[in-house]
Design a protein around this ligand. Structure first.
Ligand code: GCU
Length: 620
């Protein structure tokens, strides 16, 4: 019987559906596998804290690099990920072999350090650079080994001995991958594909007013641990309680029920805890500690003892809260005499800061200004900055780069922001200097933005209920002379940041004299940015734009205005030091630099520096 055409059609239809089902299930399976791999990679990427207190081997120094603008080392000519990319570090063994790359005979870059400031030809480079470092490691049995990065801007794919071991997105927070089962005694090579290309759904998005410094911008370490070790801990005063330390510890390993001892010898604290099946233990210690403050940055030596392994840290104890429009440090109202900083080293024509020496210069200037507070804008700065703020007594506004026109509706964008927030808070929640976690800067109002930021703020509170949540909010004129702060996100935060450039982007400095400020919230307000530009050594009358006199007048007028507003509890003028920016092109004056610094990149103090210093000294 010849089947009629309908029957054949139905058969083909059925066959097509079956194939479709199979292909869909294969696709789902494949995607599920990829998702599991990624989840596994992302989950295991959470870095352990206080890495410098552990058994580490530095991989800092000169790395071999390949500049790869077309990602030829990652994609084949059909733009499919290649199995034989540069991460294989192939060698040419015979004269007839074809090989079109070679790490060992190509260029070199220092790690840590952005690439833009290391080589003239990389000044504007945005794309991929491959880094390679070889090392030997004799890992004792029962020990574990982790590969740790302080930060890579922006996207990192990390390979060990030719195999992908993990990926990380976000240019300013630490991550790690376990390499216990992959490391050899001799001849290891780690390869990193660092890519600083900007893209719309990233965090930050494509438009920022800071330099897109790419590369392995912070330290790289091998960290050797016991089979079960202290991954994370939190030791701070309980919110609002000056006499109680509350905290927890989290172990990583296979033997999670352990006895752990917390010692603070100077306070005669010796607290033993037993971790549960998840390696977790909470604790509370009633004790009156000498309180940390900017005037008395008291840090205690703290030891966490797990078997033979001792982790030492330096921890300060203080409380930070709000009451109405007041900010309370250790229960007393405090005015935050601050300044904004980008993470850019001084005296070297730009480049990312990453060391304690860099921090000493930058925060030393803040202290000289009589600051008790700094805003580390617009992303998580390196750990040396935050630890040095602990040491010399500067409260800190810490921030994730949720900046300007983020893709609020994109779930992956939110997950990325949340991951960067988690990595920031995890790294720094034992730093008593950190008082505020900032969710955003100057983000345009919308329902999607409100939902995104509210979810992020909720996550921050979950991760750390002890600190204040803030953001640089929007404000607007309710009439010609009244600036009102009524940003909907103000309902969610504890403290409202507000940027206002009266006299620079908004009228001239004298305009400050007629401005009234209003807020609809019974919460503290911090002026998180104000200021204007000047070229050091440029002089004219106070209406000559870019002269030191114009900037000096702008500071005098703004400070006179702010000191009359009772709900303003802090100031962080924009900005301590001139900084590189791709948006600033005025010849002779800017040349790719944002000149709103009070200090030039060469350390020259402009007249406005002394206006602010004098103001802070009088209100101290
Ligand atoms: C904005 C923004 C800063 C920027 C500054 C400026 O407020 O938050 O990142 O650099 O203004 O225009 O200089």
């Amino acid at each position: 019987m010849t089947p009629n055409s309908d029957y054949i059609k139905s058969l083909e239809n059925y066959k097509f559906k079956q194939e479709l089902k199979i292909s869909i299930s294969e696709k789902i399976l494949k995607n599920l596998f990829v998702i599991l791999l990624l989840v596994n990679v992302v989950l295991s990427a959470q870095a352990m804290i206080n890495v410098d207190a552990r058994k580490t081997t530095s991989l800092n120094g000169k790395w071999n690099v390949i500049i790869d603008p077309y990602e030829n080392g990652y994609y084949d000519y059909r733009y499919e990920p290649s199995n034989n990319g540069y991460f294989k570090n192939a060698q040419q063994n015979e004269r007839w072999e074809l090989l079109e790359y070679s790490f060992d005979t190509d260029e070199m870059l220092y790690v840590p350090g952005d690439w833009n400031s290391q080589k003239e030809k990389l000044l504007y480079y945005e794309g991929t650079i491959w880094y390679k470092k070889s090392f030997n490691y004799n890992l004792p049995k029962e020990k574990r080994l982790f590969l740790y990065f302080g930060a890579v801007n922006y996207d990192a794919k990390v390979y060990l001995n030719g195999e992908l071991i993990g990926e990380h997105e976000g240019g300013f927070t630490p991550f790690q991958f376990e390499i216990t089962d992959k490391v050899k005694e001799k001849g290891n090579y780690v390869i990193v594909k660092a890519d600083n290309k900007r893209y719309k759904d990233a965090v930050p998005t494509v438009n920022t007013d800071w330099y897109n410094y790419g590369g392995i911008t912070r330290k790289v370490l091998l960290i050797e641990t016991e089979e079960t070790f202290v991954q994370d801990y939190f030791i701070q005063l309980e919110k609002g309680n000056l006499n109680k330390i509350s905290g927890w510890v989290k172990l990583n390993g296979n033997h999670l029920n352990k006895k752990l001892e917390i010692k603070i010898p100077e306070a005669e604290i010796y607290k033993a805890v037993n971790t549960d099946d998840n390696g977790f233990a909470k604790f509370e210690i009633e004790k009156k500690m000498e309180l940390w403050s900017p005037e008395n940055p008291k840090l205690y030596d703290v030891e966490l003892i797990l078997g033979e392994c001792v982790i030492a840290d330096k921890v300060g104890f203080r409380t930070i809260e709000t009451r109405g429009t007041d900010i309370l440090l250790n229960g007393k109202s405090v005015f935050l005499r601050g300044i904004c900083l980008h993470e850019e080293a001084a005296y070297q024509n730009g480049g990312r800061a990453f060391s304690k020496d860099h921090a000493k210069v930058l925060l030393g200037w803040a202290k000289d200004l009589s600051c008790n507070y700094v805003r580390l804008a617009h992303y998580t700065h390196n750990e040396a900055m935050v630890r040095y703020a602990d040491e010399i007594g500067l409260l800190v506004w810490a921030e994730v780069p949720v900046y300007w026109t983020i893709s609020w509706e994109n779930e992956a964008t939110y997950k990325n922001a949340e991951n960067q927030l988690t990595e920031m808070i995890t790294r720094d929640r034992n730093r008593c200097a950190v008082a505020l976690w900032s969710m955003a800067n100057e983000t345009p109002l919308s329902e999607a933005r409100f939902k995104f930021l509210s979810k992020l703020a909720k996550k921050a509170k979950e991760l750390d209920p002890s600190r204040l949540i803030t953001a640089a909010m929007e404000r607007h004129y309710s009439d010609d002379n009244t600036l009102i702060i009524d940003d909907e996100f103000g309902k969610v935060v504890d403290v409202l940041g507000c940027n206002a450039y009266i006299g620079w982007y908004d009228g001239l400095p004298e305009k400050c004299r007629g401005i009234k400020w209003e807020t609809v919230y019974d919460k503290p307000v911090i002026i998180s940015e104000f200021g204007g530009g000047a070229l050091f050594g440029e002089h004219g009358d106070k209406l000559t734009r870019w002269s030191e006199e114009f900037q000096e007048s702008l500071y005098k007028e703004n400070l006179e205005m702010f000191k009359k507003v009772s709900f303003i509890q802090g100031l962080t003028p924009w900005i301590l030091k001139d900084f590189k920016s791709p948006r600033r092109h005025k010849p002779r004056i800017q040349n790719f630099w944002n000149m709103k610094g009070l200090i030039s990149d060469k350390g020259d103090k402009k007249k406005a520096y002394y206006v602010l210093k004098n103001f802070y000294e009088t209100i101290k």
